[in-house]
Design a protein around this ligand. Structure first.
Ligand SMILES: NC(=O)c1ccc[n+]([C@@H]2O[C@H](COP(=O)([O-])OP(=O)(O)OC[C@H]3O[C@@H](n4cnc5c(N)ncnc54)[C@H](OP(=O)(O)O)[C@@H]3O)[C@@H](O)[C@H]2O)c1
Length: 335
């Protein structure tokens, strides 16, 4: 297998390198790509040193089997043809093609087999907030179809990339020295604050990030009957997103039924013993694979509804791990 990573120096690219190694993914040849900024940088992979090449419109992808791309939507759009024209499968972390009808959008625990039909040789890796939510919605939806989801997200700084993490650290440092923190990556100071604004605002006053949760959930779960109303919030956490989720189903699902379904579901760890102060928190769960679910209870404001809390590392399950799991699903299906 010849594997390529585009955006190797970034937060997701670095996690892809770790994930491929940790999961023993079959890699005979690894090619790394970036812009002119990171071209020439070297990374170690299974004891070998690999040098980043500049991504250009040339034949560098000849012979590549799978290209994991995480270099932003503009780069994915500009280079999709270059990457796929010799037959490589592009598993794309950006939002560039996610809603295209001929591009499957895949979370293996929910719709893994959609990955087996990718006519453009492009597979979309969903938005990180959507991935952790649909993993948790699936076991409920299997008991009774979901009608409505309300969700408030608590998104870590690293969701906006390596430079955003650096900015949050720098802001904490500036505050501790009594200096004015610099604000570049976010719309306001994040240290000591929460910002109810991720991505740009759209005509209906939701943000693009919030509308991704609406549209992507329907596509992944194959249901136009699910309505999702999201408020996406950036919080001064370094890594791992949290979500407070309210789910309304067609017929009642008891807390006990949901508890059993979560406990049995792939990719989920139930962490729900509030009396013993056991509930998922991002500080404890960064760098872990699963979607953690806790604070499960009946919704007091709505019949046929449950509410719960999820935490998952958005660079792992929300990006790199999900992409590698898609590739694993395809390899397994092909035998
Ligand atoms: N961070 C997350 O939690 C997360 C989760 C899900 C999806 N994603 C998506 O994954 C993608 C990468 O995010 P990230 O957080 O890893 O961002 P990041 O830390 O800012 O890294 C961006 C990467 O893209 C590369 N790049 C930028 N422009 C390029 C170009 N013209 N040609 C080649 N490479 C280029 C950069 O290389 P240089 O160093 O050379 O500039 C860098 O390796 C984005 O589309 C993002 O929306 C991120």
């Amino acid at each position: 297998m010849h594997i390529a990573i585009v955006g190797a120096s970034g937060a997701v690219g670095q996690e892809l390198l770790r994930t491929l190694q940790q999961r023993d993914f079959p890699v005979d040849t690894l090619s790394l790509f970036g812009s002119s900024r990171s071209a020439g940088s070297q990374y170690s992979f299974r004891g070998n040193t690999v040098t980043v090449k500049e991504l250009r419109d040339n034949d560098d992808f000849r012979g590549v089997d799978i290209a994991f791309t995480s270099a932003g939507a503009g780069t994915s759009r500009a280079f999709a043809e270059t990457i796929t024209r010799h037959g490589a499968l592009m598993i794309d972390n950006s939002s560039a093609f996610r809603m295209d009808a001929d591009v499957p959008l895949v979370v293996p625990e929910v719709n893994g087999d959609d990955a087996l039909d990718a006519p453009r040789r492009i597979i979309g890796n969903p938005n990180c907030t959507t991935i952790q939510m649909v993993v948790a919605l699936k076991p409920i939806h299997d008991i009774s179809p979901i009608r409505r989801v309300h969700v408030a997200t608590y998104q870590a700084a690293s969701g906006a990339g390596q430079a955003a993490m650096d900015e949050l650290w720098a802001q904490y440092g500036a505050l501790s020295r009594g200096e004015q923190p610099k604000v570049e990556k976010f719309s306001a100071q994040l240290a000591g604050n929460v910002i109810p604004h991720i991505d740009v605002f759209t005509d209906n006053d939701y943000t693009k990030e919030e509308m991704k949760m609406f549209h992507e959930t329907r596509k992944i779960m194959h249901s136009d009957n699910i309505r999702v109303s999201a408020t996406c919030v950036r919080v001064p956490v370094m890594r791992a997103h949290s979500e407070a989720i309210w789910v309304e189903t067609e017929s009642p699902v008891s807390v006990q039924q949901a508890r059993e379904a979560f406990a049995a579901a792939p990719g989920i760890v139930l962490m729900d013993d509030p009396a013993a102060r056991v509930y998922p928190m991002p500080l404890d769960l960064a760098h872990h694979d699963p979607v953690y679910v806790g604070r499960l209870r009946a919704d007091l404001a709505c019949d046929n509804a449950l509410t719960f809390w999820t935490v998952s590392d958005q660079i792992r399950k929300g990006a790199a791990l999900n992409a590698v799991q898609i590739a694993e699903h395809i390899l397994q299906a092909k035998g």
